[in-house]
Design a protein around this ligand. Structure first.
Ligand code: GDP
Ligand code: MG
Length: 162
């Protein structure tokens, strides 16, 4: 059975775009509207000849509960099912209180985590990524899921912890 990587993070940080980058094709649903991914969706992926499963998360449009709780709940389910987690943060926004909630879950889970600083589209934005050291999850990996910048280094790191 291939190992499972869960991709978690707030709506609109670029999780589905990153998964499309990992898969090398456009399959995960990407939209400007937050919360478009309906459920946890599993994809077969391969890197350097090693197969693994990527789980996209989303679908946390809860009319009853607050957004923070919904994101955390969805993340928790995905984390429990995973061997390792890619936690995606929008480096252009920085860490929000919702991100901090997910960090607590990740710490409690004991699962290996790679911190993805997404939307680093240029060298000049690398400084945005460095701020994410403050989350206490180790080195932030600056990537542009949209353009592919840094995605090879990120995948090499993922395969090390998976
Ligand atoms: P999700 O809700 O976390 O799955 O986010 P999506 O993958 O649907 O992306 C949300 C929006 O962010 C879309 O408009 C994407 O095109 C945009 N986006 C994703 N990755 C990047 C990136 O690396 N750079 C920039 N500039 N935009 C991105
Ligand atoms: Mg999505």
């Amino acid at each position: 059975v291939p190992p499972v990587l869960a991709v978690v993070g707030r709506p609109n940080v670029g999780k589905s775009t990153l998964i499309n980058r990992i898969l090398g094709k456009r399959v995960a649903v990407v939209q400007d509207t937050p919360g478009v991914t309906r459920d946890r969706v599993r994809y077969d992926a391969i890197w350097n000849g090693r197969p693994f499963i990527v789980v996209d998360t989303g679908g946390w449009e809860s009319k009853v509960k607050g957004l923070d709780l919904s994101v955390a709940q969805q993340a928790e389910l995905a984390i429990n099912e995973a061997d390792a987690v890619a936690f995606v943060v929008d480096a252009t926004v920085g860490a929000t209180s919702t991100d901090e909630e997910v960090v607590k879950l990740l710490r409690g889970s004991g699962k290996p985590v790679v911190l993805v600083a997404n939307k680093v589209d240029s060298d000049m934005q690398e400084a945005d990524a460095a701020y994410l050291w403050s989350l206490g999850l180790g080195e932030p990996y600056p990537v542009s899921a949209l353009h592919g910048r840094g995605s090879g280094d990120l995948l090499d790191k993922i395969m090390k912890i998976l």
